[in-house]
Design a protein around this ligand. Structure first.
Ligand SMILES: [Zn+2]
Length: 86
């Protein structure tokens, strides 16, 4: 099991202390390390895909829309100057 799947399993079991919110295609978590204040991850639920182009188009559009909403929320919550995506 990879680290992301392990973290998702913790969310599903209610044991991930960094869990914030479940969306349709993923889970929002605050990063364990806040070296970059506000570091947040949007963990894609269907982790069998490792690239955006592998995802079914309809699901990818929902994921990217949700990712954009997460970014806007983080931007506002942490008063960010810029959001970096990885
Ligand atoms: Zn995984």
């Amino acid at each position: 099991m990879c680290l992301i799947c392990d973290r998702i399993k913790m969310i599903e079991e209610g044991t991930n202390p960094y869990f914030v919110k479940e969306l349709k295609t993923g889970y929002v978590v605050i990063g364990d390390n806040q070296h970059f204040y506000g570091y947040t991850l949007f963990l894609y639920k269907n982790h069998k895909y490792t690239e955006l182009f592998q995802m079914p188009k309809e699901e990818r559009e929902i994921f990217l829309d949700e990712m954009t909403k997460v970014a806007e929320t983080v931007y506002n919550a942490f008063n960010a100057e810029k959001i970096n995506y990885e």
